[in-house]
Design a protein around this ligand. Structure first.
Ligand SMILES: [Zn+2]
Length: 71
């Protein structure tokens, strides 16, 4: 068995998320650690604020946020 002992890049606990804008119903895909406010691609409504770490959802984002798995 090969040992993996590389000092790698620290893995941030970030992920891609998918959430719906409550204003126009458009589904938006965004990053959980976005460095910019997340805006609806359709109507420009701010769906989440950037906080320097994990984003903070606003009321304009539907309660149910899906995690998108990626490799
Ligand atoms: Zn919208």
């Amino acid at each position: 068995m090969v040992k993996k002992e590389r000092i790698g890049i620290p893995r941030p606990s970030s992920q891609f998320l998918s959430g719906t804008c409550v204003k126009c119903g458009t589904e938006n895909v965004f990053y959980s650690n976005s460095t910019e406010p997340v805006k609806c691609k359709q109507c420009g409504e701010i769906l989440a604020h950037n906080t320097g770490g994990k984003i903070e959802y606003t009321d304009s984002l539907a309660a149910e946020v899906k995690r998108l798995d990626y490799t």
